[in-house]
Design a protein around this ligand. Structure first.
Ligand SMILES: [Fe+2]
Length: 225
């Protein structure tokens, strides 16, 4: 891909693969480019494993990032294979995971930890949760094209359906999937622009689809076939 692709060019490139989502269900887009989300270390750090926007019914199927400001060291985005994580589980744990569902929500201290909250960060958090979303997804998601099974959890998964929060945390704390923007550049700026591709509603191993508990995201994303 040419290194000088701008936001318009990036949108056009990703659109070749399908419909785009808007920038985010609750967070504003880059000025004049409604499908581009600014990812800025000064507006919060995704310093944990996650898959983007899994709190909506049909999260993006792909994410594209363009680096604008790269710190002199650190600032990497780590990516883990959720299918590999599933395959590496011992058989009894795979069987346990196959039957579990998790509730994903945006309504928790995601990008801004409680201990360092100030007025500006409180405003960011209240914008992030201005629409509250809760969606139940299968913990083991079947890839719609390949049939491959993968763990579908990450930081927005806050509890296991049918289990109390405390018991859920014991299962969810092993967040071995997804991606992670390591906060290792000592506060130096890291700015990227993100374009996401609309995804389908996830399906579990029994063929059952994810279901929405709270929050409509139709202004954010079409449902991919
Ligand atoms: Fe992300």
């Amino acid at each position: 891909m040419p290194p000088d692709l701008d936001d318009e060019g990036r949108q056009a490139f990703v659109h070749a693969f399908g419909d785009l989502t808007t920038a985010h269900p609750t967070v504003g887009a880059v000025d004049g480019v409604p499908n581009v989300l600014p990812v800025d270390s000064e507006r919060g750090r995704a310093n944990h494993w996650h898959t983007d926007v899994t709190f909506v019914l049909n999260p993006p199927q792909a994410t594209s990032l363009r680096s604008l400001t790269v710190p002199p060291y650190g600032g990497e985005t780590l990516i883990a294979s959720s299918a590999g994580a599933y395959r590496d589980l011992p058989e009894p744990l795979r069987r346990l995971a196959d039957g579990l569902w998790a509730e994903h929500t945006n309504d928790y201290d995601y990008a801004v930890a409680d201990e360092d909250i100030d007025t500006e960060k409180a405003a960011q958090r209240s914008r992030f949760t201005s629409i509250k979303y809760r969606t139940a997804h299968p913990v083991v998601r079947v890839h719609p094209l390949t049939g491959e099974r993968g763990l579908f959890m990450g930081g927005f998964a806050q509890r296991i359906v049918g289990l109390p929060v405390g018991e859920s945390r014991k299962l969810l704390d092993d967040r071995i999937t997804q991606h992670y923007a390591v906060d290792n550049c000592d506060g130096r700026p890291r700015r990227l622009h993100r374009v996401t591709l609309a995804g389908p509603v996830p399906v579990g191993v029994e063929g059952k689809e994810s279901y929405s508990i709270e929050g409509d995201a139709s202004h954010y994303t079409p449902v991919a076939a």
